[in-house]
Design a protein around this ligand. Sequence first.
Ligand SMILES: Cc1cc2nc3c(=O)[nH]c(=O)nc-3n(C[C@H](O)[C@H](O)[C@H](O)COP(=O)(O)OP(=O)(O)OC[C@H]3O[C@@H](n4cnc5c(N)ncnc54)[C@H](O)[C@@H]3O)c2cc1C
Length: 413
Amino acid sequence: MPETSDPTALKNVPASGRVHVVGAGPVGLLLTALLQSMEGFSVRLYEKRHEYTRTRMVQLAPYLVADSVESYRTDSIDGDSVEAIFDPLELDQGLAFRQSIPSDLMALLNNWTLGFCPLNAIERSISDLIDARGSRVERTAAVVTAEDAIAMLEPGDVLIDSTGNRSLLRDHLVPGSSEVNEGANTLKFRLEYALVITFLYGQPYDCNEHCKYYKNIENSHYKFIPMVHRTHYDGSVSHVTGIVNISAEDYEAMPSRFDGESLRSNFPRVAQSMDRFIDKIKEETHGEVLGDLEIVRIPLDLYRARNATSRQWLIAGPRDHPFASSPVFLAGDSAVGSPYFQSISLGFECAMYLAGLITQRDLPLGEMLDRYELYTYKQWLRVYMRSKMIKHNKDLFETLDDPLALLDKLHIY
Ligand SMILES: Cc1cc2nc3c(=O)[nH]c(=O)nc-3n(C[C@H](O)[C@H](O)[C@H](O)COP(=O)(O)OP(=O)(O)OC[C@H]3O[C@@H](n4cnc5c(N)ncnc54)[C@H](O)[C@@H]3O)c2cc1C
């Protein structure tokens, strides 16, 4: 990054100062809990929601609590990518940071990598932990606008946008005309449209790759694909989540959330596929589906912010703009988003790195921004390769019974 020649420009994050975290979803909360326990920072957390109501079951990746490089790269899909993308020193530093995470927070992370838990349980637990600790975090319940965020900054403040995939500030990180150009700072690939379907089943149900195939054998379209490791038996019920690929037209015709009854009335072909799949589970284990299906329609987008920090403002922006003197970072879904259920882990990974950077007070500001850019870029490469591979495998799976279609998709050489 070119050095700024302005002698008044901020060179370092001050030894003590305010950190504004906008958005108290899982990633904003984790960042707050990490920074709260570090000397010298006063953290202000802004959130527009009054309650944590998202009950979808999520699981965190075991690499978040890895204590060795081997355990960091055990994932069968991206273990090699980790080694290819990250320097050994970087991996060691990441692991060392994990060791410094306070035990109250680490205990929660450990727990969430073991099995499924509702998203709002993660949010509530971190939020309660923040409140229960002695050091105060100033909370503001409000919808923050981009103008508010810019106005709240004093020189030396740090601003973190963790407002999720419709990021508040992503498009503001590129200096230019006064008009904010929506999408200007976003690189996005739409991989597919999907229904995420969740149900509870009153017996143990374990899924593997064979099960995905055989239980869909009569479903030429709308195959229900439970994610491997996305079924979880808690001693009395199995939580099953999977996705069904749908067309853009289906997507347009569907409400954003609905249930099995509505699916049956309005989209009978998808409902029949689900019935056939579930009947096969029942044949094996003689259980029943408890309650109704929960269905969410989502586009599966793989995207990243081309700039995950305000470094363009440091390089080329007008000096009197607050972003030229206060570093801004995107974290979580604000910065990078990936389908196939890995985003929270990715967001947590980047949040840990960011918290570690912000506390390195002797680090020149430009370098801090560059390092975060590089790190999020590497995490992006990792998740990009992983997601493309999953999507490719899914495409092959959809055509397994049609050898010619399958061969068309195999780019062997
Ligand atoms: C159906 C479905 C299933 C999923 N399953 C999984 C899974 O199993 N595993 C996984 O890792 N991921 C999963 N994900 C993705 C996961 O939910 C997101 O990656 C995660 O919630 C992102 O966390 P975040 O904190 O970055 O953003 P968010 O969770 O979006 O949080 C952003 C927060 O900012 C607040 N906010 C936004 N704008 C403002 C504003 N202007 N002012 C104040 N506050 C604001 C919001 O209210 C919210 O609390 C799933 C997503 C979907 C849709």
